[in-house]
Design a protein around this ligand. Structure first.
Ligand SMILES: NC(=O)c1ccc[n+]([C@@H]2O[C@H](COP(=O)([O-])OP(=O)(O)OC[C@H]3O[C@@H](n4cnc5c(N)ncnc54)[C@H](OP(=O)(O)O)[C@@H]3O)[C@@H](O)[C@H]2O)c1
Length: 187
């Protein structure tokens, strides 16, 4: 992991799966096309990645999706970035694991550094796009799923200026998943 932003902020890391045509979920938020790969028996590196971060910063939509899972899927602390949710929107059973923050990404990341975070997992399409624009990401692990959804929630969006990345490695799995790691170059 690079340390390009470690002086002021924890480094921001993305670990995300995307359809070949660039979507992270169906338009209605469904990720069934992705979940079927969790039983492949392959190690896609998720647990090692999770072990390397201090916590997760996620967008409100990703939080609301995670709340629909049978079990809360995260052991590490979760910060939900939202201006529409408040502390009362955190279910009682998750009060010690989840907090809501209305802060801007740079303000939040500065606070997290003060709290001792060194590596933050950034999740959710819109939130990742904000972090890219603010140059708060150090690397991206992108797992391409061999499906064309045709429509959905995009991972990437418009930018004010281009962003260069450095390809680090690509691994292909028998299931058809292709995983690439990129580092963000400062922009
Ligand atoms: N394929 C995968 O690996 C993967 C991974 C993660 C998520 N997903 C899926 O992706 C979907 C959610 O992604 P999404 O792009 O719709 O939303 P998102 O990034 O999870 O959440 C966006 C929301 O976060 C809040 N927010 C607060 N500050 C923000 C900021 N600076 N920039 C952006 N958002 C900010 C806003 O809600 P407020 O109005 O409350 O402020 C905004 O509407 C879900 O269906 C989830 O299951 C898939």
């Amino acid at each position: 992991m690079t340390a390009s932003t470690t002086k002021t902020f924890p480094s921001g890391h993305v670990f995300i799966a995307v359809s070949i045509d660039g979507y992270i979920a169906r338009r209605n938020g469904d990720i069934d096309w992705l979940s079927r790969y969790s039983n492949s028996g392959e190690d896609h590196g998720y647990h090692a990645f999770m072990a390397s971060v201090d916590g997760i910063v996620m967008g409100r939509n990703t939080f609301e999706k995670a709340l629909t899972f049978q079990e809360w899927p995260y052991e590490k602390p979760v910060v939900v970035v939202s201006r529409s949710l408040g502390p009362h929107d955190v279910p009682p059973g998750l009060m010690d694991k989840v907090r809501i923050s209305p802060q801007r990404p740079d303000e939040l990341m500065a606070d997290l550094l003060r709290e001792g975070w060194r590596h933050a997992y950034i999740d959710g399409g819109q939130l990742i796009q904000s972090f890219i624009k603010e140059n708060l990401l150090s690397d991206l692990v992108l797992t391409r799923v061999p499906i064309l959804l045709g429509d959905g929630i995009p991972l990437f969006g418009q930018l004010l200026k281009e962003v260069d990345l450095k390809h680090i490695a690509t691994t292909s799995f028998p299931s058809g998943l292709v995983q690439s790691r990129y580092e963000f170059l400062s922009h």
